[in-house]
Design a protein around this ligand. Sequence first.
Ligand SMILES: Cc1cc2nc3c(=O)[nH]c(=O)nc-3n(C[C@H](O)[C@H](O)[C@H](O)COP(=O)(O)OP(=O)(O)OC[C@H]3O[C@@H](n4cnc5c(N)ncnc54)[C@H](O)[C@@H]3O)c2cc1C
Length: 414
Amino acid sequence: MEASPGSSERVDVLIGGAGFAGLALAIALRQGLGPSFSVVVADPALERASGDPRASAIVAAARRLFETIGVWDRIAAQPILDMVITDSRLSDAVRPTFLSFEGEVEPDEPFAHMIENGPLLAALVAKARDEGVHLRPIAVTDFEAAPNGADVRFSDGATLTARLLVAADGAHSVIRERAGIASHGWTYDQSAIVTTVLHERDHHGRAEEHFLPGGPFAILPLTTDAALGHRSSIVWTEHAGEAERILALPDDEFHAELERRFGLKLGEIKAVGSRRAHRLGLSVARAFVAERVALVGDAAHVIHPIAGQGLNMGLKDVAALAEVIVDAARLGLDPGSLAVLERYQRWRRFDTVAMGIATDGLNRLFSNQSAVLRLVRDVGLGMVERLPALKHFFIREAAGLVGEVPKLLRGETL
Ligand SMILES: Cc1cc2nc3c(=O)[nH]c(=O)nc-3n(C[C@H](O)[C@H](O)[C@H](O)COP(=O)(O)OP(=O)(O)OC[C@H]3O[C@@H](n4cnc5c(N)ncnc54)[C@H](O)[C@@H]3O)c2cc1C
């Protein structure tokens, strides 16, 4: 791209991508630095309503962030009150519980909640608007880093210079690619089928994860819908070819496959809404920063949803980057300078690689029919089940409350 010295518009931060990560960051920056700090979020998807049928497990630390930035009370959230984990074959009539968690990290603070992606995104867009974030329904197509800022070009031909360009543009990030940052990882021979199930009986806030040979089958409790009744979200992992076959089945056959895995403990079930398959992979960017650029969320890392941590990790990036930028700007430093950005990278990259390795290991250990591996994992789960201190540590770790936790994830304002 040709540099755009003629670009008259200058802003402090331009965020490419109005997903959860991009919008949460924009809100946090405006709240931390006030109206004189200009924040633009560009994403062509801002023109459309979200059609994402997924729901996400939001851990306690991420919930604290949403509460602190004033978004949590705008969405309906179902607390996860307990969780059971089983390890069985599809044909097993009974699935014994190997591990159970009762879900509080602090008194009256569940370790996670389930929220629906569509309403969360809508709440973030509305809050960003209230905070004076400039939302533009266009794509970032290119940029060039210069000493004083990134000269950015958009899909409508417009240009702009930002002191910092944030890549929040998802797994196939154009900004990451244009910054010349490689991403390492692989695609699994697995896809996750996502759908919503209505059931006769209340789930009482219980989440279940059944480790079946094709991969984990998760039943995640949703809020009860006044018109539809009791509901759960399903994340159903299968080998990629099998997922494609199942997805293409007529409704009655799809229902039969679903029922074999879901069981009848919550009464009659019915799949509602769309069903989709997501191909799963693992990738971590080689660097989280470059000259005038920082990566957050899926643009920086994509992990297996086995532990429901992808978005939660992205929100940890957001909290760390927001804190680094706010601290620097208050000291009069340039928030886009490499010295400032490197503090963010040191904070987040090691943690991300560790989580990527952990989820990859879990997936390999559990999506496997080997009798030896099955014994190893069942003994491991049994040990955790019997050691309350270890269990408590795992709950706090899963809730995002272990290690150097950024302020927003501790529920503190910037
Ligand atoms: C089946 C499944 C279940 C999951 N469950 C969980 C869970 O329970 N808990 C959890 O924590 N995580 C979960 N995840 C992971 C989670 O969904 C992702 O980590 C999260 O959506 C990433 O958010 P993001 O804002 O980084 O990126 P995205 O949500 O991908 O948003 C990126 C945005 O960038 C925009 N964009 C793309 N290109 C451009 C461009 N050139 N210019 C401008 N904008 C652009 C896109 O339109 C999009 O709006 C799950 C993932 C899968 C696949």
